[in-house]
Design a protein around this ligand. Structure first.
Ligand SMILES: Cc1ncc(COP(=O)(O)O)c(C=O)c1O
Length: 447
């Protein structure tokens, strides 16, 4: 029988360290994607005695690892997928070495560590210091927390404590190009995914049409409303005019949420004004496993008034002090020290190092776009607004082109639709993404 024992630890850690180093050194040679990969069923046979840690680790390398993609490497630009920096990696590995529960401040500093790291992030994004919130598993959970706060706000306007008595009446969310996670967040907060109302977008853009937004707000003057502004849309990387949306609050009362899952990082680009007004949003979602390049699962929600959160997420029990603890600000009670890879990245690279990483992704997107559109068969479906390149073609089926690229292992882009036309999009988020190699791999599939 294989019992846990500390004896094997030194050799396991050094085996892991050797394997990790060689894997990362060879990242560029690994297939970016493995469409159709399947792990053999016998891997999932639960044995009575267990095989021991060393054998289990070697089974992982032999039987599971070959079926995983090389998304962390330089040739994967699908979805909006961040990579992992060395600081992010060691921060993540350190986390279970301490395995502190960041739920509370009562038995150590793990809770405070999270709160102070959130303050560093607020400063990084040049947001007001009074904003606060919680670290989440990603943007979907961040927006879920934000929408729960919006629900509480709307309930309080109707004299209801929604956290206790259920959703307020008639609350809906208006957005131009809402990410699919918003419907999910509306579903789980009890607000209903059918209550996401699509607002027209500007011609040739994914950004919201302000006249249409104003029209719908006027129609809903008697109802409670959330407006979800998008900073970084998935298909074309577009951003709403948040300052103009914010101005509409002079006329209409609504909760303003900004989904800045990756677009929030534009705050780090010198003299970039596109996020103007976001500092006045009621809530903001930012994903850290995207452009901060820390490992999954890492997201952030910030609110103007984070003190609403304990009214929704607060726990009471005889063994809790009654003072709000970090776990009273979000969905999870027990949770890992998510702050560790984030803090290590902020400490290691500083504001400038992270800003440079973001700026490099933006130039890579432009470079990739320039190389591939030099081929007359490929054109841009939309301008490169930030770090996403949406490609189209009158000559080839771009979705099929994407499938061929994925099957070749030499790259991975995501098929999508923009204005009902098929597009193939590349998102530059991973600090390792190589625009030249990716462009060459794509062009080779054309011939
Ligand atoms: C704009 C936007 N919002 C939300 C999400 C959801 O993020 P997550 O998968 O981290 O929950 C994404 C992911 O791509 C996104 O791009």
């Amino acid at each position: 029988m294989a019992d846990p024992s500390d004896d094997a630890l030194p050799s396991l850690v050094s085996a892991l360290s050797d394997a990790a180093t060689s894997r990362w050194q060879g990242l560029g040679d690994r297939p970016a994607a493995r469409p159709g990969a399947q792990i053999a069923p016998d891997v999932f046979e639960l044995t009575g005695a267990g095989v021991g840690e060393t054998e289990a680790l070697s089974r992982f390398w032999n039987d599971i690892a070959p079926h995983l993609n090389g998304g962390v490497g330089p040739h994967y630009a699908g979805y909006v997928t961040g990579g992992v920096t060395p600081a992010g990696l060691i921060g993540d590995w350190l986390t279970p070495i301490f395995d502190n529960n960041a739920a509370f401040n009562t038995d150590g500093a793990a809770g405070q560590f999270e709160t102070e790291t959130i303050a560093m992030l607020t400063e990084l994004f040049r947001l007001p210091a009074h904003m606060g919130g919680t670290l989440t598993t990603g943007a979907t959970t961040a927006s879920t927390v934000a929408l729960a706060a919006a629900r509480q706000w709307a309930g309080e306007q109707q004299g209801i404590d929604s956290a206790k008595t259920g959703s307020p009446y008639g609350l809906a969310a208006l957005s131009g190009s809402a990410h699919s996670s918003i419907a999910k967040a509306m579903a789980v907060t009890g607000l209903g995914s059918n209550n996401v109302i699509s607002i027209r977008t500007q011609p040739g853009r994914e950004s919201i049409d302000l006249d249409d937004l104003r029209r719908v707000l006027a129609e809903r003057a008697d109802a409670s409303t959330i407006v979800i502004a998008n900073a970084g849309t998935v298909v074309t990387g577009d951003t709403d005019d948040i300052a103009k949306i914010q101005e509409l609050r002079d006329e209409f009362d609504f909760w303003l949420h900004v989904d800045a899952a990756f677009g929030g990082f534009a705050a780090l680009l010198a003299s970039d004004q596109r996020l103007m007004g976001w500092e006045q949003a009621d809530s903001i979602t930012i994903d850290l496993h995207k452009w901060l390049n820390v490992p999954y699962e890492s997201g952030l929600v910030l609110l103007q008034d984070a003190q609403v959160l304990p009214r929704i997420f607060g726990n009471t029990a005889s063994y809790f002090s009654g003072e709000p603890q970090p776990m009273d600000f979000g969905l999870e009670n027990s949770r890992r020290m998510r702050a560790l890879p984030i803090w290590l990245s902020l400490a290691a690279y500083g504001r400038q190092g992270i800003a440079d990483m973001v700026a490099r992704s933006v130039s890579s997107a432009h470079k990739f776009a320039e190389i591939v559109t030099a081929d007359p068969r490929i054109s841009l479906a939309a301008p490169v607004h930030l770090n996403v390149v949406a490609l189209t073609s009158d000559h080839v089926d771009v979705h099929e082109l994407g499938s061929r690229l994925a099957a070749s292992g030499a790259g991975f882009l995501t098929p999508a639709k923009f204005e009902d036309q098929p597009v193939l999009r590349a998102a530059f988020v991973n600090w390792r993404t190589d625009p030249d190699a990716l462009a060459l791999a794509l062009l080779q599939q054309l011939d």
